[in-house]
Design a protein around this ligand. Structure first.
Ligand code: GLN
Length: 195
């Protein structure tokens, strides 16, 4: 078993911890640099990226997180976590910073104030098998994918909602709430391969 951290500053970290434990991972809630240093992979949950950013800086975690990402730690970000991993954030609040690592631009709250949430079945070829039921909650969209990142899934209109780049993985949607754990399994594959 690998030790997998879930960034637990804010957001739905408990749901991710539950999924990862169900898949046999040894889960650590990460709030301090020492906890980050002890994990073989990290999930950044959904929540509110601007708040997560502020808390990460306040708790002295932002720089250790950036260093870990640069050093190749496998990291999976969902929704706000994807925003944290994006090199460029569009429509961030004033002064909002991301950790970066993923060569993408994401737009926060891209589905507008009317449709904060929706669900759809999404084909994710890298997972094989059935389409994945995907839940979007005030979700970001990946507006552009740079040359070093790869789109893993797109909506019917062609907009990208899942990306990977080396050991980094990001989804606009929330697989931790649907009972379909294939993305988490896919991520744990990266953790095992890296450790
Ligand atoms: N809108 C949130 C943000 O900008 C993300 C929403 C989510 O994580 N479900 O961070």
């Amino acid at each position: 078993t690998r030790r997998v951290g879930v960034l637990a500053l804010q957001g739905d970290f408990r749901e991710h911890a539950h999924v990862l434990r169900a898949l046999g991972a040894d889960v650590t809630l990460v709030r301090r640099p020492e906890e980050l240093a002890a994990v073989d992979g990290l999930v950044i949950p959904g929540g509110e990226s601007s708040v997560m950013d502020k808390l990460a800086r306040t708790f002295g975690l932002a720089e250790p997180l950036r260093a870990a990402i640069r050093g190749g730690l496998p990291v999976y970000g969902t929704c706000a976590g994807l925003i944290m991993l994006a090199d460029t954030v569009l429509d961030g609040i004033r002064g909002q910073e991301s950790l970066g690592g993923l060569d993408v631009s994401v737009r926060r709250n891209a589905f507008g104030s009317q449709t904060h949430s929706f669900e759809t079945d999404l084909d994710v070829p890298v997972l094989g098998g059935e389409p994945m039921h995907a839940v979007f909650i005030r979700a970001p969209i990946v507006e552009s994918v740079g040359p070093t990142a790869t789109a893993l899934a797109t909506l019917e209109d062609g907009r990208c909602v899942a990306v990977e780049q080396g050991n980094l993985l990001g989804t606009s949607f929330h697989p931790e709430v649907t009972g379909d754990y294939r993305i988490h399994e896919y991520f744990l594959g990266k953790v095992r391969a890296a450790a």
